[in-house]
Design a protein around this ligand. Structure first.
Ligand SMILES: O=C(O)CCC(=O)C(=O)O
Ligand SMILES: [Fe+2]
Length: 206
């Protein structure tokens, strides 16, 4: 019994140490990947088209609504999310941009060559009328996070991603990605007045 316990501790200690290193020593910096360095506007349009088609098919087939599937959310908060892995066409449409974004994370944060693992990838939506309009202040469950603006900021009123420490709401143009350490407090500002905001969210463990 004691032998098993010791073995467990000796395995957990280095893993815990590595986690602490990254979680606590990452610079509290938010980077903006602009001008197609993360996602092209055309790739964002393609992603939204896949979602629109999938939502339509669900209605036709009488299946559960596409945007009803937030059980796997990391948040104990109401969200409207579609997991990318649920739809093969969504996996294909997001892959080039996700690969570029992971490359940027590798270059921008001091990760000492550590392997990055995409722990979760989903599209979040916020609607001005009805449903979920925003997401209250929180930290994410992993080490690094990114949020890609899938649609143009003039398609919704209010909205955007706010970082507590920056005291600034970022309403990015389509295709721009915000890259940040997961433990920086942030929130999805409620979409008010009109429209819908779509964001592709990636959570990365190191
Ligand atoms: O709305 C966003 O851009 C970020 C969403 C978010 O923080 C999350 O899903 O954890
Ligand atoms: Fe978050």
């Amino acid at each position: 019994m004691l032998g098993t316990l010791l073995l467990l501790v000796s395995v957990l200690l280095p893993a815990g140490f590595v986690w602490l290193q990254f979680a606590l020593h990452l610079p509290a910096r938010v980077f903006i990947a602009a001008d197609g360095s993360a996602f092209l506007a055309s790739e964002c349009d393609a992603i939204l088209r896949v979602l629109e088609d999938a939502a339509g098919e669900r209605v036709l087939s009488g299946g559960p609504p596409l945007w009803d599937s937030a059980e796997e959310s990391q948040h104990y908060l109401p969200t409207k999310e579609v997991r990318v892995a649920e739809l093969p066409a969504l996996v294909a449409a997001t892959r080039p941009g996700v690969d570029r974004t992971l490359g940027l994370l590798r270059r921008l944060y001091p990760l000492e060559g550590a392997r990055l693992r995409l722990a979760d990838l989903y599209v979040a939506r916020y609607d001005a009328d009805g449903g979920v309009s925003g997401l209250q202040l929180h930290v994410d469950a992993y080490t690094l996070s990114f949020s890609v603006a899938l649609n143009a900021a003039d398609e919704y009123g209010g909205g955007g991603l706010e970082f507590d420490a920056l005291g600034q709401v970022r309403r990015e143009p389509q295709g721009n990605a915000l890259l940040f350490p997961s433990k920086l407090l942030h929130r999805g500002v409620p979409v008010a007045r009109h429209g819908t905001r779509f964001a592709l969210i990636g959570l990365v463990s190191v």
